[in-house]
Design a protein around this ligand. Sequence first.
Ligand SMILES: Nc1nc2c(ncn2[C@@H]2O[C@H](COP(=O)(O)OP(=O)(O)OP(=O)(O)O)[C@@H](O)[C@H]2O)c(=O)[nH]1
Ligand SMILES: [Mg+2]
Ligand SMILES: [Zn+2]
Length: 308
Amino acid sequence: MTGIVLKGYGLYYDVVVNGNRLRCTLKGKLRTRRDLQKFSNPVAVGDVVKVEIGPNGNGVIVDLEKRKNTFSRKEKGKNSREDIIAANIDLVIIIQSFYKPRLNLRFVDRLMVRAKMDAIPVLLCFNKIDLANKADERYVRDYYAHSQADIVCTSAVTGQGLDVFKAFVCNKIALLVGYSGSGKTSILNALFPEIKLRVSEISEKTGKGKHTTTNVEMIEPQVGYRLIDTPGVREFGILDLHPNELEAFFPDFSDARKKCTFKPCTHEHEPNCHVQKMVEKGAIHPDRYLSYLYLLSSLKEYYSRMYT
Ligand SMILES: Nc1nc2c(ncn2[C@@H]2O[C@H](COP(=O)(O)OP(=O)(O)OP(=O)(O)O)[C@@H](O)[C@H]2O)c(=O)[nH]1
Ligand SMILES: [Mg+2]
Ligand SMILES: [Zn+2]
C-alpha cells in the first residue's frame, strides 16, 4: 500500500493510506540506509511511502519513493546533517508579520532562495496587515517590485487577503514557513474554522512567538486543500549553494547581469557591474540588493569554513 506521511513524532509517523490515518513505525533498514544518512530524519512529512501491516496490526513504513523536491535546511554545528522540513511540495508560503514579530525581509529572501534551489514556487505572505499602515505595505511591495515574487498581504483577524491566499493553495500541497508568532496557524484556523489548531499570544517580554506548533503536520481540511503547518523557524542555514550561484536566484538582477563585464559576477566588487548600476538608478531596490550581499557573505563564510 502507498501512503503520504502527514506527521512524524519520535519513532512514529502518521500516514494516510486510502483515506485512513495509520500510525506507523519505520522498518529498521530505512534507518540505516546509506542514502538517508545525510538527513536528520529518514522520512519527512509529504513523503510518499510504502506501508505494510505488521504482525500486531500496526503499520510499518518499508520504503519511500524518490522525492520530487525537498524544503530543507542545514542543522547547526559541524558535520551537520540536512533537516528536511517537508518533501514533495507544490508551493512554499513564506509567512511574516508586519509587527509582532517585526518584519525581516532578509530572512524572507533566504527562505525564498532555498525554495528556488529546488524550483518550488513561492508565495510571500505578509500577515497582520491590520497592525500595519499604508507605508509599511508600500515598502514591501517596492522592495519586491522587480523580484517576480507573488505577494499577498493578509490578516487572520479581519480576514483581509484570505480569499487570495486560499486561491493560491487550492489543489496544491502548500508548506507554510516563518517565524514563531507570525500567524501561520491562525491563518489556517481563519480559513478553515473547523480545524481549531492551537495558537498562542506573542510574548509581551520578547515580542516573539512561543513556539506553539511543535510538529510539522499536513492537514487536509477540505478536499483540494493540503497544507503543511510547521513550528516557527529562526535559524535557517542554506546547504550546498556556491556563492557564485546565488545571484541566479535573484530575478531582479536578470536583465542587468547579462551586461556585467565579469562572468561570473557576484555584483559585489567587480568593475563595470550592471547590477550595481541598476541599484544606483533605482531599478533594483537598494535594500534588496543589500539583502543579497548579506546572503552572499554568509555563503562565502560557510564555504571558506567548509573547504579550506
Ligand atoms: N493582529 C493580528 N494578530 C494575529 C494575526 N494572525 C495571528 N495573530 C496573532 O498572533 C499570535 C500568534 O499566532 P500563531 O498562529 O500561533 O502563530 P504561528 O506562526 O503559528 O506560531 P508558531 O506555531 O509558534 O510557529 C496569536 O496571538 C494570534 O492571535 C493577524 O493577522 N493580526
Ligand atoms: Mg503555529
Ligand atoms: Zn555584476
